[in-house]
Design a protein around this ligand. Structure first.
Ligand code: COS
Length: 382
């Protein structure tokens, strides 16, 4: 059985993230949400504290944290603002394909200069014609001498308008479906890379989400990750790793919702006593607390499995799916505890609901997570 007691290093790491989240992020969360502002100055501070390239080994200039330690930090950041956290951890998603599929030469050439200063990277898999069916990509990679020519469009890409580097998945032959997909590293400076505008979103409004068009972009063969048919496997293995921190992100949102609800319930009086003394509210708070604890433990368990060298496909999908459903439910119950005030933008809980919603959709919709969970589960019964 795993032992989840934190070492003194882990406690210091968590406390550092908590201090940054509550001191630097939280004071700006409502304003960035209202105006959909991308607070680059906060992201630069996150970089300076080593909170950005968490998964990149120290030898390539990153923080080199275990997935478990990443989850500790991500929960703290998300407690303050889910949207800012999404932008802060997007580099982990974008760089993971290089860690999994790149050679040592590629890692040194790409990651080392990238991590040496504040820069953003984006993971480009999803396309306008579909995100869940990742084997059906239309972005095309045509071999031409010592390069590929990329042509196509990606959408819903976190940080795309601000990124200097993209990891891009493209097909050499759509008829081959997942067996025809290759992965590439593409600098924004390459001719024909055209990031689009920021999308106007329901939640995660401090984060930036946009399209990227690739118009006849020449990508040298040396910037392909793995073999020409390895792209789908690299994408899937990347998501196995990065869905777990989404569980942590959702847990942070849920914990914030629970804390707001409990504090409010102790202050707000009806029928001559604080609503926290009414059983209807106590049951709500008790159920919310159970959901938060289970989300955190499932996330830590998935991280523990993957840190131990196992694949973690099942566990990361369970963590992401459960924690994101829990976050939406807990945020909803927090609003209900606040009553009419909860529905007002002057109070913090309606933002938590809008932010929680995205965690059910991105890095694989929860319907896909359930597909993955069922497939993995049934393997054990076949
Ligand atoms: N790790 C390694 N390999 C994997 C894998 C994983 N986690 N999951 C699947 N594969 C392999 C399979 O073993 C299979 O290999 P073979 O061709 O050698 O048999 C291949 O990939 C195809 O797998 P599968 O048949 O399961 O593919 P499907 O087309 O049915 O799609 C899902 C699988 C739905 C799981 C995939 O398309 C998916 O994850 N979609 C969601 C994408 C997503 O999360 N998008 C969000 C982007 S980030 S915001």
């Amino acid at each position: 059985m795993p032992d989840f007691s934190l070492s003194s290093e882990q406690t210091s790491l968590r406390d550092m993230a908590r201090k940054f989240a509550r001191g630097e992020m939280a004071p700006h969360a409502a304003e960035c949400d209202r105006s959909a502002r991308f607070p680059e100055e906060i992201y630069r501070k996150a970089y300076d504290l080593g909170l950005m390239n968490l998964n990149v080994p120290a030898e390539y200039g990153g923080s080199g944290l275990s997935l478990f330690d990443q989850c500790l930090l991500v929960e703290e950041l998300a407690y303050a603002c889910g949207g800012m956290t999404t932008s802060i951890i997007a580099n982990c998603l974008a760089l993971e394909p290089i860690l999994l599929g790149g050679t040592d030469e590629q890692k040194r050439r790409v990651l080392t200069p990238f991590c040496a200063s504040y820069q953003l990277a984006s993971f480009c898999l999803t396309e306008p014609t579909g995100g869940s069916d990742a084997g059906a990509l239309r972005t095309h990679a045509r071999r031409d001498g010592d390069a590929y020519v990329l042509e196509g469009e990606k959408c819903f890409i976190t940080n795309a308008p601000h990124a200097s580097l993209y990891t891009v998945f493209a097909t050499t032959d759509p008829a081959l479906r997942h067996r025809g997909i290759a992965a590439f590293v593409v600098p924004r400076s390459a001719e024909g890379v055209l990031p689009g505008k920021d999308e106007e979103k329901m939640g995660h409004r401090a984060s930036s989400t946009g399209t990227v068009r690739f118009e006849k972009v020449r990508v040298p063969v040396r910037d392909r990750l793995g073999g020409e048919t390895d792209g789908f496997s690299i994408a899937m293995r990347t998501l196995d790793h990065t869905r777990t921190p989404i569980g942590a992100l959702a847990t942070g949102i849920a914990q914030a919702a629970l804390d707001h609800a409990a504090r409010y319930a102790l202050k707000r009086e009806t029928f001559g006593k604080p609503i926290a003394e009414h059983q209807a509210i106590q049951i709500k708070l008790a159920n919310m607390a159970q959901a938060v604890a289970a989300a955190r433990l499932l996330t830590w368990h998935a991280a523990w499995i993957i840190d131990g060298g196992r694949k973690g496909t099942l566990e990361s999908s369970i963590a992401k799916c459960f924690a994101s459903d829990a976050a939406l439910h807990v945020a909803d119950e927090a609003i209900q505890t606040f009553g009419g005030y909860g529905y007002m933008k002057d109070y913090p809980v309606e933002k938590l609901l809008r932010d929680a919603k995205l965690t059910q959709i991105y890095e694989g919709a929860n319907e896909i997570q359930r597909t993955v969970i069922a497939r993995e589960l049934l393997l054990g019964y076949a």
